[in-house]
Design a protein around this ligand. Structure first.
Ligand code: F3S
Length: 774
């Protein structure tokens, strides 16, 4: 029997309020006329803010209805937490509306091994970690220091609970779905909604039922289930959908295995993934010091909360027989290119790839459970007994200090190091490109990883590195062969003595027989922290990475002589065609400025195309003075407008702002003085982010009006005052004044709700929240 060597935790802040949630489900069920609900629907709908108002028309149409939700918890990683916290600070609250945690994992670079890598990264990123820690102390957020582990593993070990709804500022947040909850990856602005207690909006997702039968056997692991499914669904197949697993095949898998499956639901674009409550979840909760949560979940499950109703309808059902599943290798360069292991050798040959792997990497947030690590240790011991060592660099990133310490105590680490493995810091490391790998620069080579993403350059910055995703056991076995075509299920490795060695299928243990050991608790947060309001937030005045946010001014202040209409705006440019959040605020080298709005704004729209002339990153400044050129880069022209105190507008095309929830794409134009965007159409999340920053998004009523407005034209709203004065039916027209003096009107549509109009009036959602507190 597994026992916990961890002391039982205080579970009061991590146990979902089950009786309240059950009441909410019945209330929503009544409103919906008593139809059977899927598990994902139960969890989502039990977190609806004010169901009677939100569902006033008595229905939820999956894929259409917008839900206003109240998440229970927020988790943030060190890169994305910066802007989320800077925004939260400007709301003027003295504590978060829900429990939250910060995890220092993404900024730690892997060079030579755990200890020195950690110390070096702490020095390099000191100002960011100091800022995060001081903000955590001030607002009562749990702060997991560098070295404590990777956000998703720590959430699974400490915070996740069946039936919970949680937001995380990282795309693999769904990992926590392994404990039968809904954990959703979002941008910082969404996290700020939850942190400030503002209802968080989500379009009711469609629900895909994944029906599992049979049992995994031999070399097949939960990783292979999701690799197989990624091949079926492709990288877009889960968009706007939740993957809800059901059937007998769910019940014979470990909780951590289910977490791996949920983690990589992100690879098919799914909103998140979840599973009904199982005995393995109960055992995992007990083993991680959370028996009270398990008891509460047992009771909630007995009342039908933690599984789907009988006779429920899914939007699509996919059947998978686990007994027939074989290991899969996915890649290169996309996670949905799935090849069964037995066929991979011929794929290597057909593509003419060099039959060589250059490194094997295991662990990360996806695959560093006790089960994963004991399974790979089994293979390592088999290999050692045959006199083998890993043929290529073999790197392991434990997901948390708890896993690392338990591995060490149970001689798992010894088994790996005996065959040449290097154990890296408990952090993201090579998974997020924090891997200093000099020897393969620019050279075509193949690596095998048990991570979750394999886009070009993701791991070592080399676009020639082919990254194949596989289970940790397949990666490990292949590291001993060194060959890309090696199939450990059937092939042998020649030994120096002329004999050959074949692996037996690996076996591991779900949970440690002697319980988990916490390791170095100095990395951990203290007991649930109370806010310490007197704490000073640490941001150096000359910092290039962090900058406190100045609240945006309301556009309806003294300087505006148009009352409750927006001031006269000058059109900065007309953006042509596809313009994603990546075009608006590029990533890559700019990521280091995520916490510094002035610095990151230098990338505003630098890959967007100007419809006047068709050039990228070119804008016209019709008011330039003698010392300035008429054309310049887009950020430079935006800066000129800002320097002149000239508020401005953008004309944009269809589906503007698609791609991600990156709040910088709304913050940056606002920072330079943008107050309105008029689009052929908007991507919804970005449109909401613009509203949060106090920018008015309008839609052309007639899309052909798009080409009638040019840079340098002046646009004025007419009808906004009426709307702001409470006439919800008011429409907004635009008066366009061309540079030659000609004027005409353009009808528009808007999607501003009553609350969103308050944000606009205050200058931003955070200004509005602050005014409510004062
Ligand atoms: Fe980190 Fe990679 Fe996971 S970046 S959070 S280990 S996906």
């Amino acid at each position: 029997a597994t026992r916990s060597s961890l002391p039982e935790k205080d579970c009061s802040s991590i146990t979902p309020p089950y009786s309240q949630l059950l009441d909410n489900v019945s209330a929503v069920r009544n409103i919906l006329g008593g139809r059977p609900l899927t598990l994902a629907e139960k969890i989502l709908y039990s977190h609806i803010h004010n169901p009677a108002e939100t569902l006033s028309d008595g229905k939820i149409i999956r894929g259409q209805t917008y839900l206003q939700l109240k998440p229970e918890r927020v988790a943030m990683q060190d890169a994305s937490a910066q802007m989320a916290l800077l925004q939260f600070m400007s709301a003027g609250m003295n504590r978060c509306a829900v429990p939250a945690s910060i995890h220092c994992d993404h900024l730690i670079q892997a060079v030579e091994g755990a200890e020195s890598d950690l110390q070096r990264s702490i020095v390099t990123n000191k100002e960011v970690f100091d800022f995060l820690e001081s903000a955590a102390r001030k607002y009562g957020i749990e702060f997991w220091r560098p070295g404590s582990g990777i956000i998703h593993q720590i959430v699974l070990e400490n915070y996740a609970a069946p039936g919970m709804l949680m937001l995380g500022t990282d795309s693999h947040t769904p990992n926590a779905g392994g404990l039968g909850m809904l954990a959703i990856g979002v941008g910082g602005a969404d996290a700020v909604d939850a942190l400030t207690g503002t209802p968080w909006e989500l379009k009711a997702p469609q629900i895909v039922g994944i029906h599992l039968t049979g049992k995994l056997n031999g070399w097949a692991t939960p990783k292979d289930l999701i690799l197989h499914l990624a091949g079926k669904l492709t990288v877009r197949g889960g968009t706007g959908r939740i993957l809800e697993y059901f059937g007998p095949g769910v019940f014979n898998q470990s909780c951590t295995g289910l977490a791996t499956v949920a983690n990589m639901g992100a690879e098919v674009g799914a909103t998140t993934s979840t599973f009904p409550y199982t005995p393995s979840m109960q055992a995992y909760l007990q083993a991680t010091g959370r028996a009270p949560v398990a008891r509460a979940a047992d009771e909630a499950a007995s009342k039908g909360f933690l599984s789907a109703d009988e006779g429920v309808e899914y939007d699509e059902v996919i059947d998978i027989n686990l007994s027939e599943l074989e290991p899969s290798i996915n890649g290169p360069f996309t996670p949905d290119l799935a090849t069964p292991l037995s066929k991979f050798g011929s794929v290597v040959e057909e593509n003419g790839w060099k039959d060589e792997i250059s490194a094997g990497l295991i662990g990360s947030c996806t695959n560093s459970s006790y089960q994963d690590m004991t399974s790979v240790a089994d293979l390592a011991r088999q290999a050692k007994a045959a006199g083998l060592k890993a043929k290529v660099p073999f790197l392991c990133t434990p997901g948390s200090e708890q896993i690392r310490a338990t591995m060490e105590r149970d001689q798992v680490t010894d088994a790996l190091q005996d065959v040449g493995a290097v154990v890296l810091a408990n952090a993201c490391g090579p998974c997020i490109g924090q891997w200093k790998r000099d020897d393969k620069k620019g050279e075509e080579n193949a690596i095998l990883t048990s991570f979750n993403r394999n886009f070009k350059s993701r791991n070592d910055g080399n676009s020639q590195t082919m990254n194949f995703l596989a289970s940790p056991t397949v990666v490990t076995a292949m590291a001993f062969s060194g060959k890309l075509s090696f199939n450990p299920m059937t092939d042998s490795i020649p030994l120096p003595n002329g004999q050959s060695f074949k692996f037996s299928p690996p076996t591991g243990q779900d949970l440690p027989a002697n319980g988990f050991t916490p390791g170095r608790t100095s990395f951990y947060p203290g007991p649930t922290p109370e806010p310490q309001p007197e704490t000073e937030i640490i941001v150096k005045p000359d910092s290039q990475r962090l900058e406190l946010l100045e609240p945006f001014e309301s556009p309806f202040g003294e300087k505006n002589d148009r009352g409750l209409e927006l001031p006269s705006l000058k059109v900065l440019m007309r953006v042509r065609g596809k313009c994603t959040t990546d075009h608006i605020s590029a990533a890559g080298p700019w990521l280091k400025y995520k916490g510094h709005l002035t610095n990151i704004s230098e990338n505003l729209l630098i890959t967007a195309m100007n419809d006047e002339g068709g050039d990228v990153n070119v804008a016209f400044d019709h008011d330039h003075d003698a010392s300035q050129s008429e054309t310049d880069t887009i950020p430079n022209v935006a800066k000129r407008f800002k320097a002149r105190n000239q508020p401005w507008a953008l004309i944009v095309d269809d589906n503007y702002g698609e791609g991600s929830a990156r709040e910088h794409a709304a913050l940056q134009p606002r920072f330079y003085g943008c107050l309105m965007l008029i689009a052929r159409s908007f991507a919804r999340i970005h449109e909401t982010n613009l509203k949060k920053q106090g920018v008015l998004p309008l839609w052309f009523a007639d899309k052909s009006d798009y080409s009638r407005i040019d840079s340098g034209d002046v646009v004025e709203t007419e009808g906004l005052a009426d709307l702001l004065n409470g006439n919800q039916d008011a429409t907004i027209k635009l008066k366009v004044i061309k540079r030659n003096g000609e004027t005409f009107e353009v009808p528009t549509k808007h999607t501003m709700s009553k609350d969103q109009l308050k944000w606009l009036r205050a200058g931003s959602a955070l200004n509005h929240i602050r005014s409510q507190i004062q």
